[in-house]
Design a protein around this ligand. Structure first.
Ligand SMILES: Nc1ncnc2c1ncn2[C@@H]1O[C@H](COP(=O)(O)OP(=O)(O)OP(=O)(O)O)[C@@H](O)[C@H]1O
Ligand SMILES: [Mg+2]
Length: 373
């Protein structure tokens, strides 16, 4: 089967140039070290054993001293169940509220298991059946009639043929009849091509990771027939303040490096502040449990905390004194909290006056927030 995945300039050698390298390129060194030292049994066509895939995701140290950075910060068991599922005949459904790293985990799982995270179908209300099954190159089709050469395989079909992991993003947004074309693929492990009187049978190593957002669940409820083909793993919000600060700090550093932002000293205090504000507004109560606060309409996820801090660092680097300060994150926080101008603004003002104003050491932040409000 012809593969066009790596055609063009985005080969491994060119990754320094691309804005966002794929996980298998960004962490090629770690993956190679794991593969070299992994002596546990590997399922057929897997690049690593399930144990090594879990270590790649959760981080750890190898016998030769190589340090594997944690990609996912969360319960070990969740990762173990997800990895194990991929070695069975059931597909994996990652479910959770926005910003809980569903897409991120799916990309890293595919990179570690198959060495290829690019076999991706983006689910939308307009995703056609061809995106899941196959389409045709019409010039070829008209000139020579239906043939293997005229067939344009979907990422899922390519994964079946090559024994790799395919990814479907936002599965529940896909129209129900298109979703249902996955049933045969997942249960019979084959994709019939009636036009050619043939089929593509999945070879060992093939599996599928789908992600779905809790909040979209109503949009196109998964049919029970399809749901039965999946093991569902729910990704939780970060359990503690420390975990969330850790995630934000790590990701901000990585993003900063890829955006060529300088490494700022002493951003820790502002990161902690952003995470505190987000958690308190999300939970509806202050960290000490004493004061109830109202929650705004937006999700205030970890992902948004990451982008508020990253923008803040860019502000500090380009227009500030090189140190991340309250004024650099205030506008970002306001933008994330106030989504619906009417209701959210009231929620924010109340929080500002009743919580932020009274808090020790938050005077600068309070002033900065008043300025941008
Ligand atoms: N527990 C976590 N461990 C590591 N990174 C995390 C965690 N939670 C969130 N992140 C970070 O948050 C960012 C956004 O995650 P991602 O886009 O995967 O979320 P998502 O669950 O797919 O959200 P959506 O439902 O909006 O698609 C990523 O950069 C990821 O690194
Ligand atoms: Mg996502």
């Amino acid at each position: 089967m012809t593969s066009t995945t790596h055609a063009g300039p985005t080969t491994a050698a060119g990754t320094a140039e691309v804005l966002r390298p794929h996980a298998e390129d960004a962490f090629a060194g770690e993956l190679a070290a794991l593969a070299a030292q992994d002596d546990r049994p590997r399922p057929e066509r897997w690049r690593l054993s399930p144990w090594a895939v879990a270590t790649y995701l959760l981080g750890g140290a190898l016998p030769d001293g190589t340090v594997i950075s944690p990609k996912y910060v969360g319960p070990r068991r969740i990762v173990e169940v997800a990895v194990t599922t991929l070695a069975t005949d059931r597909a994996l459904l990652l479910l959770g509220v926005p910003g809980t790293a569903k897409t991120w985990v799916s990309e890293h799982l595919a990179a570690a298991v198959s060495g290829d995270s690019t076999l991706l179908v983006q689910g939308t209300a307009g995703t056609p059946e061809e995106a899941v099954r196959y389409g045709w190159n019409y010039a070829q089709l008209l000139a020579h009639g239906p043939s293997r050469d005229a067939l344009v395989p979907s990422p899922v079909m390519r994964a079946m043929a090559d024994g790799k992991v395919a990814r479907v993003e936002e599965l529940t947004r896909i129209p129900a009849d298109v979703q249902d074309s996955l049933i045969t693929i997942l249960s019979e492990k084959t994709l019939p091509v009636p036009e050619l009187g043939g089929e593509t049978q999945a070879v060992r190593g093939f599996n599928l990771i789908a992600t779905a957002n809790d909040r979209d669940r109503g949009v196109n409820e998964l049919s029970s027939a399809l749901r039965r083909r999946f093991n569902t793993v729910v990704l939780p919000l970060p359990a503690s303040m420390e975990d969330e600060v850790d995630i934000v700090t790590r990701r901000v550093r990585q993003l900063g490096r890829s955006l060529d932002l300088p490494d700022l000293p002493d951003g820790a205090e502002e990161i902690r502040r952003v995470v505190t504000v987000f958690r308190e507004l999300r939970d509806g109560v202050t960290a000490d449990g004493r004061t109830k606060v109202k929650s705004p309409t937006g999700t205030l996820s970890t992902a948004e905390a990451i982008s508020v801090v990253t923008s803040g660092i860019a502000l500090a680097a380009h227009f500030g004194d090189g140190v991340l300060r309250s004024g650099d994150v205030a506008a970002g926080i306001l933008g994330a909290v106030v989504r619906d101008p009417a209701g959210d603004r009231v929620v924010w003002q109340e929080y500002l006056e009743s919580v932020v104003r009274e808090r020790d050491g938050w005077k600068d932040f309070y002033r900065a927030c008043r300025e941008v409000s």
